[in-house]
Structures are given as structure tokens and as C-alpha cells.
Design a protein around this ligand. Structure first.
Ligand code: RET
Length: 263
């Protein structure tokens, strides 16, 4: 199928098409709003949180344009064992690709808020990128049904690393940084939303094919709305009102470690 034909197929499915355009519109509004909100922020660390967070809707608008135009969508023939074996199934692989850019930005912003050190930041971001790339591999594998799920499990293993830093390491750091309250709210929101993605993958046409393509797409789009735009608004609004806390307590770029007194 050519790109134009794929685009045509998307356009003919109103429900699927709407799941893309709703996000393009919301990402656009978010970019304008966040740039406006950030105009008075002067501390470099608070500004970095702003830049990282604004990149999330910027990546998103590009991602959804790729989907809506047929550029990052393909019809793939599913291997035997799959519920739709032998059929050409619409795969929105562009989503997994662009998550490799947007999710690290979410984690960078959260890490800066928590006052993470560079080791934890590096660990969570590399695990997160690996999670997205192996998820992409799972979606694109057409040679074997078992291998699709094998990739999926590898992706889940990387997801566990992300969850560990988010749920165990950073809450302690945020306590010391004086940002625990907002960090814990955003942590809960992030963890709950992020769990939704592997669930939709497993239930959608990529996995067990219990859900229709358009329903799966709306699942991801709905999660995106909360995990990206609502998340970003809550974070940026807090940073704007508490710039001093970020400026004074962040330890992310401090290289010296505490040394024991030599008495
Ligand atoms: C996949 C499938 C394989 C197993 C796992 C997954 C997790 C995906 C997640 C995505 C989060 C995306 C966000 C995007 C915002 O732009 C790749 C679906 C664990 C957690 C927040």
C-alpha cells in the first residue's frame, strides 16, 4: 500500500482519524500555553524543566502528524499463532518510535524536580529508551508470534527499571529536595498512566487482538492526554510558582560527593 492509500484508509475511519487529530490540537494548545507560562522563569534549572517538558508536546505533534499522514503507519501481515494470522493489520509503529524521544523528556523533567543525581538519571533514561525500542521491535516482528511476545517481555523488564527509580529512588531524593508533595502526585499519575500502555499493547491488534485498531488508538491517545498534557501542566504550574525551591535544592549537576570528616 502506498503512503497516500494508507492515509486514505485512516481518513475513512472517522474514529481512528479523530484519535490523531484530538492530540494534534491539544499538543498545539499546550505548546502555546507552556511557552506563555514559562516567559517569567529565570532560574536555569527551572528553565531546563520547562524546555524538557515543552519538548513533550512538540514531539507529540510531530508524532501524530506522522500517523495521520500515513508516514509512520504500516499494514503488516501477522504471523501464525496471532488471532489475525495472515491478515494485514494496521500497525501504528510511529508511536513507539517517537516515545523514544518524548518519554525521556518526561523523565528528565521529573528527575530534575526530584533533585536526582546523574547516575540515576542516566539509568532511568537509558532503560526507558530501551523499553520503547524493544516495544517497537515487538510491534514490527512478523516472522514469529512467540518472538513478538519475547520482545514484549524484554521491554517489560526495562519498564521495571524505570518503575524502580520512579517509585524507590526518586521519592527519597524529592524528600531531601523539598519537592516531595508535587513529585509524589506526578509520580502516581505517571505510574498509573504508563501501566496503561503495555496493557493496550497486549489487548490491541499488536498482541491478543481483543480490541479494534481504532479503540486501541484511542486508548493510547487518551493516556497521552493525561500522561503528557495534564502532567506537563501540573508540573510547569508548580515550577513557575516555586522556582526558588528548584534553584536552591537541585543536586543533579553537583559532582562532589560527601566525604567523611577526617578527624
Ligand atoms: C510497550 C510494549 C512493550 C511493553 C511495554 C511498553 C510500555 C510503554 C510505555 C509507554 C509510555 C509512553 C508515553 C508516551 C508519551 O509520550 C512499548 C507499549 C512496557 C510505558 C508516556
Amino acid at each position: 500500500m502506498t503512503q497516500a492509500e494508507t492515509m486514505q484508509t485512516v481518513q475513512e475511519d472517522t474514529w481512528l482519524n479523530a484519535s490523531f487529530w484530538a492530540n494534534i490540537a491539544l499538543a498545539g494548545v499546550s505548546i502555546l500555553l507552556f511557552v506563555y507560562m514559562g516567559r517569567t522563569v529565570t532560574d536555569p534549572r527551572a528553565q531546563l524543566i520547562y524546555v524538557a517538558t515543552i519538548l513533550v508536546p512538540l514531539v507529540s505533534i510531530s508524532s501524530y502528524l506522522g500517523l495521520v499522514s500515513g508516514l509512520t503507519i504500516s499494514f503488516l501481515e501477522m504471523p501464525s499463532g496471532h488471532a489475525l494470522a495472515g491478515e494485514e493489520v494496521l500497525t501504528m509503529w510511529g508511536r513507539y518510535l517517537t516515545w523514544t524521544l518524548s518519554t525521556p523528556m518526561i523523565l528528565l523533567a521529573l528527575g530534575l524536580l526530584a533533585g536526582t543525581n546523574l547516575t540515576k538519571l542516566f539509568t532511568i533514561i537509558t532503560a526507558d529508551i530501551a523499553m520503547c525500542i524493544t516495544g517497537l521491535a515487538a510491534a514490527l516482528t512478523t516472522s514469529s508470534y512467540a518472538l513478538r511476545w519475547f520482545w514484549y517481555l524484554i521491554s517489560c523488564a526495562f519498564f521495571l527499571v524505570v518503575l524502580y527509580v520512579l517509585l524507590v529512588e526518586w521519592p527519597r531524593d524529592a524528600e531531601l529536595a523539598g519537592t516531595a508533595e508535587i513529585f509524589n502526585l506526578l509520580k502516581i499519575l505517571t505510574v498509573i498512566m504508563w501501566f496503561g500502555y503495555p496493557i493496550f499493547w497486549a489487548l490491541g491488534s499488536e498482541g491478543l487482538a481483543v480490541l479494534e485498531v481504532a479503540t486501541t488508538s484511542w486508548g493510547y491517545s487518551g493516556l497521552d492526554i493525561v500522561a503528557k498534557y495534564i502532567f506537563a501542566f501540573l508540573l510547569l504550574n508548580w515550577v513557575r510558582n516555586n522556582e526558588r525551591t528548584i534553584a536552591e535544592t537541585s543536586t543533579t549537576f553537583r559532582t562532589e560527593t560527601a566525604t567523611p570528616a577526617d578527624d
